[in-house]
Design a protein. Sequence first.
Length: 389
Amino acid sequence: MSDTESNDLPTIAEDLVVTKYKLSAEIVNKVLKELVDSCKVGTSVRDICIKGDERILEECSKTYKKKKDLLKGIAFPTCISVNNTICHFSPLKSDPDVIMADGDMVKIDLGCHLDGFIAVVAHTLVIGASADNPVTGRKADALMAAHLASEAALRLVKPGHETYEVTDTVSKIADSFECKPVQGMLSHQLEQHRIDGEKTVIQNPSEAQKKEHDKYDFEVHEVYAMDVLISTGDGQGKEKDAKVTVYKKTDETYMLKMKSSREFFSKVSKSVGNMPFNLRNLDDERKARMGVTECVTHRLVEPFQVLTEKEGESVAQFKFTVLLMPNGPNKITGLPFDAAAVKTEHSVTDVEIQTLLKSSSNFKNANRKKKKEAAKAMEEDAAPALVES
C-alpha cells in the first residue's frame, strides 16, 4: 500500500471509527469470555473453534442491519493452541482433534471486524486452575511473564516511544522468569480492512531479523494488535505436522489453471476479502483443500503455519487491540488476569520496568459527550450498546 493510499484511510481521529472499533471489541470480548468458560476437561478444541467462529458471525449479524453493503464478520478465525503448540491451530472436521485435559495451557486467539475495523484478542488459561488450585512451576513462569510483558507493552505503545523499546522490555521480563519470547513473532498496526499494517513490533529477533526489521515510532491515532508469546523453551517455533487451515489473500496476481482453484479464489475474494479465513468456513472443505494448493504455490494466498515449541514446553499468549488516542493508549480487548491463580517463584527485578508496571495504564476518556453522540448516530444500525472505557 502506498503512503497516499494509507493516508486516505479513515482513522480513529473520527469518533465514528472509534465507535466501530469498540463495537468490534465488544463482540470479541463477549465471545472470548464464552469460550474461556467452555474450556474444561474433555472439551474438544475443534468444537470450541467452531463455536467461536459461529458466535462472532451471530453477534456481527445483530449490527448494521440496515447497511446491507457494509462488510463485517471474522477478522481472524478462532484458533486454540494447547501447551507447546504456539499458534494457528484450528482443525477441520477431517483433521485429528485435540481434547483438553486437566493442567493444559490453552491459548484462545480470535478476531472480528465491522466495516473493516478490526479488533483481535488472545488469552491464555490453564484448565482447572483457580485461586485454590493455582498454576505453579514452569507454566506459571510463562503465564506471569506473558501477562506482565503485555502490561508493559500497553504502557509503551504511545507517542514518544518506539517499537524496539517494546521488543527489549518484553525480552527483559521474559528473562526475569527464565523464559523466552517466541522468536520473530510480530505485532501489527491495524488499518481498515488490513490486519497486517505497515508498522510492526518484533519479539526476540535473531541478528538477521534485526538487520531486516525497521524501527518505528508510535503516533497518535494509530491502532495496534499487540501480541505477546512467551515460552518456557528456547523460543524457536517449528512448523508442526498439523495441517494448515488458516490463510489470507495477498495482493499478488496470477491466472489460475485449475477450475477448483479459480472457484476457491473467487469465493474467498467475495466472502472474506483480505481478512484471514479458515478452510472450514467455506462451503466444501474437500474442494477448499483442492483449490488452496495452487493459490499458495503462486502466492495468491499465504498460510498461517501451525508452530510448536519442543515437546514438554509451555507457551503463554496475550494479545490486545489498542487505540492510540490523544489522551493515552486505550486498550479495548482482553479479559481480566487472575493473578491469584498463578504462583511463581520469579519476579521482575529491573527497577525501571518495575516503575513502568506500577505506572497507570488507565485511559482518560475526554470527549465522552462526542463519543456518545457518535454512538447515538448509529444506534439504529448497531444493536450492542457501546460500553465506555
